[in-house]
Design a protein around this ligand. Structure first.
Ligand SMILES: C[S@@+](CC[C@H](N)C(=O)[O-])C[C@H]1O[C@@H](n2cnc3c(N)ncnc32)[C@H](O)[C@@H]1O
Length: 339
């Protein structure tokens, strides 16, 4: 979708931009390539880490010899938290051991308090996060379902070959990808880790919103990002992970109090209005799909309270693992733009 987003945003006059729900960093990266002054934001710490690695970072790389050192576990006596807590939940025993070891190496070698080390650590975590995602069925952590990988059955979904690739190979591959993505433009870019409704400053020429999408039934198992990706959030909060976990749950998810979501059916319209009001002095660009809650028309009406001219652009898009309210053929991505 990035070429389409580019085509529609290029005519707008802006230099500074806040990507309020940065996620993978793909849209922030587009803005960075457009030579804009980008602030990447995401509520989740593991995503913030991605923003730090490829948006804020201008020139620090994780060198081959440094990758080798991170993968050298000789003489290491690491914590066994993942091995003990997640046995038979997401990964095999030897993979859980590998995870405990690599995290121990990353955290001992790189301190967040030193600028360059902080970027190297962010790249290492980028590699680790991507490796973890590719080895999971559906790329999610919402269920205890390691058996989907290990049961000897004929499959008509998923990618067992990738699930079974060793962590080390995947880690090396994704660290290289992150290194390749590090670019220096002549604009300062930044990554932040805040709840967007608690944002205090407002001095961006444009704010781009791509919040969690709520389907037309008003619920979705995957709308709460903490519930789907708690394991990755735990990886980057390793030392306090045990305080966050609901040990009664089968899949060792986070306790409910750590699963903030202001984009549920009852809250989403109010949250959108709060955001539009907060950033009303900026160009507003809101990304959503047709057939959701609220509807595109309702979101346009909220935007019209704060903006003189509101218009939409849309395109067809078909997701791989999502039926889009019943019929993927009808799915349309929409940009609602207020200037
Ligand atoms: C639809 S995704 C964004 C996808 C993104 N545009 C991309 O290209 O990858 C929504 C993101 O919003 C984040 N998020 C959810 N609630 C948030 C909040 N209150 N403040 C900031 N970010 C939030 C989630 O962690 C998730 O990464």
């Amino acid at each position: 979708m990035l070429p389409w987003i580019y085509k529609n945003l290029k005519p707008l006059e802006f230099n500074s931009v806040l990507d309020a729900f940065g996620g993978t960093g793909a849209v922030s990266y587009l803005f960075k390539c457009m030579n804009k002054e980008v602030v990447y934001n995401d509520l989740l710490k593991f995503n913030y880490n991605v923003g730090k690695a490829i948006i804020e970072n201008e020139n620090t790389l994780l060198l081959d010899e440094e990758i080798d050192l991170l993968l050298n576990f000789n003489g290491l006596s690491s914590n066994t938290f993942i091995q003990r807590t997640f046995k038979e939940i997401y990964y095999l025993d030897e993979e859980n051991l590998w995870l405990d070891q690599i995290i121990s190496n990353i955290n001992t070698r790189y301190s967040e308090n030193i600028k360059e080390a902080g970027f190297k650590k962010a790249i290492a975590y980028f590699g680790l996060i991507q490796a973890c995602l590719t080895k999971r069925p559906f790329n999610l952590f919402h269920r205890k379902n390691l058996y989907l990988r290990t049961t000897d059955v004929e499959r008509n979904f998923g990618n067992k070959t990738t699930w079974d690739k060793p962590f080390e190979a995947q880690f090396r591959k994704f660290v290289k990808e992150a290194n390749k993505a590090v670019i220096n433009t002549n604009q300062k870019c930044k990554a932040t880790n805040k709840h967007i409704l608690e944002w205090s400053t407002n001095n961006y020429d444009l704010v781009y919103f791509d919040p969690p999408y709520l389907g037309n039934n008003g619920r979705s198992e995957t709308i709460n990002y903490q519930k789907c990706y708690h394991f990755l959030e735990g990886l980057v909060s390793y030392n306090i992970w045990s305080d966050l976990i609901d040990f009664e749950s089968k899949n060792r998810k986070f306790k409910n109090e750590h699963c903030v979501n202001d984009f549920t059916k009852t809250k989403v319209a109010d949250s959108i209005e709060i955001m539009f009001e907060k950033f009303q002095d900026s160009i507003l660009v809101f990304s959503y799909k047709k057939g959701g809650v609220p509807t595109i028309g309702q979101i346009q009406n909220i935007m019209k309270k704060f903006k003189k001219r509101v218009y939409t652009r849309s395109m067809h898009y078909k997701y791989a693992l999502n039926r889009q309210n019943g019929n993927a053929e009808l799915n349309r991505e929409v940009l609602i733009i207020g200037i």
